[in-house]
Every structure is written in C-alpha cells, then in structure tokens.
Design a protein around this ligand. Structure first.
Ligand code: TSX
Ligand code: MN
Length: 602
C-alpha cells in the first residue's frame, strides 16, 4: 500500500484535502511521504524553476540556497491573528479577528489560489515518533520550499500518517503563497477548531506552520486545556564531571543567543562539563507522574538566524549546517559557498541576498539580517542522547533571560514558583539594530511568548501559576543577563562558553546546594559562588555584575506593575502581590544592609 492510499483511508483527512482542492483548484495533488527519493525529486524541480540554487556541493554537500521575495523576509506580527468567538479570549496582546470575519475576508484569498500549482499534503509529527506527548499536524501548501523545509523541521511523511491512523485529531494548516502581496497576507489561528490559515507569505515563521503557528500558538491553547505548557524555550542537558546530567529549559526573546546557549561548548577551563542540545526554540513541558516537569522538543531541526553564527560563537551550529541544509536569504561567495556577516572579512565577488553583486561601499549587509539555515537536529555534534526519548527529559531549572545593559544582574534565582512566574512575566530585552533599526529600546516580552501565546496573556500567566501548584517537585526558576555593560559600554561578562560557569551555579542551586545571598529580588550568588578561575574578570566586575541597585529596582517594579495592568483584567492578582512584595522588601532592605546566606555550600 502506498502513502496516498494509506492517507485516503483517513476520512477526515481525505475530505479536508478534497474540500481545499475543490476551492484552491491546484493543477495536481502530491501527498508527501517524507522519503529521500521524494526529497530529491522536489529539489530537482526547484533547481529547475529557480526556487533553489545549488551551493558548492564539495564544501556543502546537499546544501541549497533559496531567495525569498524581498518584501517577505520575516514574520509579520501585525498580519497575525487569533480567531476566537470572544475577543477577550484572544486578549490585549494579540490581534483578534472573529472566525466569521476570517471566513469573509481571508478564506476568499484561497479561492483559485493554487491554479497551475501543485498542492502538497504534508503530514508531520511534532515530537518523537513513539512519544505519547507528540501531536500530528497536516499542512496543505502550494510551496515545494515549505515541503522540503518541513521534512527537516518535523518528522514528516509516513511516520505521521501511521501515528494518525483513522483519527481526526490533527491540526489543519492551510498555506498558500497567494500573490505574496503584503496587502493580501494573513496568518490566522483558530484554537477552537485547531486550524491555521496562512496566505501571502513564503517566509519561515509564516509558512512552516508546524513551528510558531502550531507548536506555540495552537499548542499553547491545547496546553491550557490539557494542563501542560507549550513554551518558547531551548532545552539543554548540563553534564558534570561525575556524569550527572541536569536538564534546563530557557526562554529568551530574539537576539539573545538562544541557539548559542542550547549548543554551548564549555571552555577548556571547564574540562569535564558537557552541554547536550535537546532543542533550541520550543519546549512542550508536562507534569509527570513523579511530580516533576518533563520536556520534549517537538521539532526535528533548527531554523536558525545565520548572521553572527561562526566557529567562535557556535561551533556546533557550524557543524550542523555543513551539509543537507537549506539556506534562505544568505549571500554567496564566488565559489558558491554560503556567506553572512560574522564570518569575517567579506570576500571579493560576493552575491548579496537579493542575488545582486554585493557593493560593500554602500554599508549594507550582504546577507539579510534575518537570513536563516534549516538544518536537521541530528547533525548537531552535541545532540542529546535523549533527543528522541519518548518521555522527554526531567527539567530541574527554568531560565528566563534578556538583553539589559544595566540593572538586571548576571543571574538570580526566584524564591519559589509563583515568584518565578513573575520573573518570567517581567522578561524584557533591549532591541538590537538588526531586529528593529532602533537600538536599546526596552521591550517587555513575558516568557518570550508575546508574539506566540495563542490566548489571553492574563489567562496564560494564571495557567503557569496553576501548573506550578500541581507540581510536587517544580523546577527552580532563574533569570540571567549576559549583556550587562560597563561605563564605556563594554560587556562586563564574556558570555558564550563562559556561561557554563553560571549554568553550574544554577545546577547546584536546583539541587538545593550552591551559595547565595537573599536579596529583595531573589537569591543572588555570593561573591565566591561562581567559579571565576582562569577568567579575566576582576572581582570588582563580578560584584558589579551581581549587585542589586535598590533604587533602580524600585523603579523597575513600578514599570512592571504598569505593564502588567496592560495585560488586562484576567491578570492574576497573585502576580501584582508578588511585585508589591518585592517593593516592600526593597524599601525595608535599604534600611537593613545585612543579607543572609541561603542554601547549603556545594
Ligand atoms: O549568544 C550570545 N551569548 C550566549 C551564548 C551562549 N551572544 C550573542 C548574542 C547575539 C545572538 C552574546 N553576546 C553573549 C552570550 O553570552 N554575550 C554577548 C556580549 C559579548 C559580545 C562580545 C564579547 C563578549 C560579550 N567579546 C569579548 O569579550 C571579547
Ligand atoms: Mn524562536
């Protein structure tokens, strides 16, 4: 029995595909089985029609370049909608469209949209093949580029169909390139019916519906209903010299180096430690029967930002993208190797991301700042042995982090889960020029989920509190800031591999050890708690990095209070109480200089 026959035995799937095909009127229908032969065929076809260009097959075997439409290079949050009957269920942080309006305004854009094109049916599984926590999605798309990317980013094809069987329990994702016009571009999510409609964009986050649309926006609503968490988090395992591995999940807004942290390689001074990559972008976290939180990475690949990636910042990413990788909107060298800013001096004869000869004198980057690689997770040298584990990994610590030039210390630990939820809700980051053109503007981004939470943000924070109350052994919660600057705007902390030193303290604390000072905002490492041997950071700099400025933090609590009110009436009162408690401690603390040491010595 071939793939198509097997699929069409699923009535719900067959009738949905028929309905869409009748309306979008494709020239032909192709059911993706995920095989190597199918992939080769799709790539051949895209090389022939110009969708893909071959890269240097000697240096980069199996690697191809795609150039997107120049007006279609990033997610478009202002064109992204959550479609609930009741606007309050979408909440103040999301764009809302009623399902009726979506049907009237967006559905017609699919009418005849696939004329002359192939309709690809892409069945995919989010999570390990045999995991009880995995979920099935089907994406209908008229983009072969989407189909081959989905094959890297998910478990695609036969494996998903076998998992689905006769069930109608799958997320329906409908995608068409349409005419790529931003005026007719919409990304609509229907949490009630578990549907996604995306039209007018071929770009990653808008078109690879498994990722932000399903695994975060739709899954977050399923998680709310089913008692778990779908989060914008990396997952890593930190192995110590005794061979004990502690699993950590971490949420950062964009441009904070999430992929770099997920793939961290400890420096020589930290011999015996090892970081294992479970995921770099999304975590599905579930309370286990043992009272701990267990995480799987629903994805199967990395869709990472290329610029800034090099052998110093992330050697494991560089190794991951050496073969079988699709590059989108990068530059190419004369000998057809992919190139981007951060790989050193721009070589002569570069072709820029638009396909034009690069003119370095104009000062514009050759690669698009949001250019990407799509690479199989299994190609990462540090991929965790637990990557495919159906149960996932037990999470001992959750880290939140942002880019803050001042105020926020290198690391601190929340007092408990509820305070940790506030720490996550307070997450903020200063923008970098690459993302916005404006540098240093503070953006609040609760749990790094602002663009990805599929429902009311107040309900979301409440759900976090609820999940914690049900955990007998909740993970310890931390905040990190690798981006503190000194008076000359210099970075005070070396970051990158040296962050392992901070992870070690986090691992110790999560195990109930590690030395800390209790401050009004949480537990901060004592002066000697973070190993700085072999590190060129002065003791005074460490003090600066770990200092809590009571005045600055009082102002921060006022700011966060104001921000939380903007999340609307459904914001849990408990979080406002948490903020007020911090402010009271700050007031009391300023009159009482002594701080106590909490926790045991490791
Ligand atoms: O990814 C980063 N991480 C996490 C790494 C595991 N970046 C890059 C952010 C953009 C994606 C960082 N940048 C980090 C960091 O920890 N820290 C910094 C800031 C920094 C930049 C350059 C230096 C130090 C810090 N250079 C020297 O100290 C020589
Ligand atoms: Mn992300």
């Amino acid at each position: 029995m071939n793939a198509a026959e097997k699929i069409t035995r699923n009535r719900a799937l067959a009738s949905w595909v028929e309905e869409v095909a009748r309306y979008a009127k494709p020239e032909r229908i192709h059911w993706c089985d995920g095989s190597e032969a199918e992939n080769e065929h799709l790539i051949e076809q895209m090389l022939a029609d110009g969708t893909l260009e071959e890269l240097n097959q000697k240096t980069h075997p199996g690697c191809y370049l795609h150039r997107s439409h120049p007006s279609d290079v990033a997610r478009t949050e202002h064109l992204t909608f959550i479609c609930t009957e009741n606007q309050a269920d979408t909440g103040p942080t999301n764009n809302w469209m009623s399902p009726a309006d979506a049907r009237a305004k967006v559905w017609p854009l699919f009418d005849g949209a696939m004329k002359g094109r192939t309709l690809y049916v892409v069945p995919y599984l989010m999570g390990p093949a045999s995991s009880p926590f995995s979920k099935v999605g089907i994406e209908i798309t008229d983009s072969a580029y989407v189909a081959v990317n989905m094959r890297i980013m998910t478990r695609m094809g036969q494996v998903a169909l076998e998992r689905l069987g006769d069930s109608a329990d799958f997320v329906k994702g409908l995608h068409s390139l349409g005419d790529l016009s931003p005026e007719r571009r919409f990304i609509c999510h229907f949490p009630q019916s578990k549907e996604i409609w995306s039209v007018g964009s071929g770009y990653g986050g808008n078109a690879l519906l498994s990722k932000k649309c399903f695994a975060l926006r739709i899954a977050s609503t399923q998680a709310r209903d089913e008692g778990w968490l779908a989060e914008h988090m990396l997952i890593l395992g930190c192995e110590d010299p005794q061979g004990k591995t502690t699993y950590i999940a971490a949420a950062f807004p964009s441009a904070c180096g999430k992929t770099n942290l997920a793939m961290l390689i400890p420096p020589l001074s930290q011999a015996g430690y090892k970081v294992w990559t479970v995921g770099d972008d999304i975590a599905w976290l579930r309370p286990g029967p043992d009272g701990r939180l267990w995480a799987i990475n629903p994805e199967n690949g990395f869709f990472g930002v290329a610029p800034g990636t090099n052998n110093e910042t992330n050697p494991n990413a560089m190794a991951s993208i050496g073969k079988n990788t699709i590059f989108t909107n990068v530059a190419v060298t004369k000998d057809r190797q992919p190139w981007w800013e951060g790989l050193g001096q721009a070589p002569e004869g570069l072709t820029d991301w638009r396909g034009n000869p690069h003119d370095a004198s104009k000062g514009e980057p050759a690669a698009h700042p949001n250019s990407r690689f799509t690479a199989p997770a299994t190609q990462c040298p540090g991929i965790s042995p637990k990557f495919d584990d159906p149960q996932g990994v037990p999470i001992s610590a959750i880290i939140f982090g942002g880019r803050r030039a001042s105020l926020v210390p290198l690391v601190y630990q929340a007092f408990d889960w509820a305070h940790g939820v506030l720490v996550g809700a307070m997450l903020s980051s200063e923008t970098t020029a690459a993302a916005t053109g404006k540098t240093g503007v503070l953006r609040r981004d609760p749990m790094a989920m602002l663009p990805f939470c599929g429902y009311n943000a107040g309900d979301y924070l409440n759900h976090w509190l609820r999940v914690g109350k049900g955990l007998k052994h909740p993970p310890a919660i931390f905040n990190v800031n690798w981006f503190r600057r000194g008076p000359a705007r210099e970075f005070l902390w070396p970051g990158y591999g040296e962050n392992l030193r901070v992870l070690r303290w986090i691992v110790e604390r999560a195990a109930g050890a590690g030395k800390a000072v209790e401050t009004p905002i949480g537990y901060v490492p004592t002066a000697d708690a973070i190993d700085t041997r072999g590190l060129d950071v002065a003791a005074t700099t460490m003090q600066e990095l770990l200092h809590i400025d009571a005045e600055g933090w009082t102002a921060e609590t006022r700011d966060i209070e104001e921000y939380l009110h903007k999340l609307g009436e459904r914001l849990p009162a408990e979080l406002l109480q948490q903020v007020q408690r911090i402010r009271q401690r700050l007031l009391a603390g300023s009159a009482r200089p002594a701080a106590s040491v909490a926790g045991r010595t490791a």
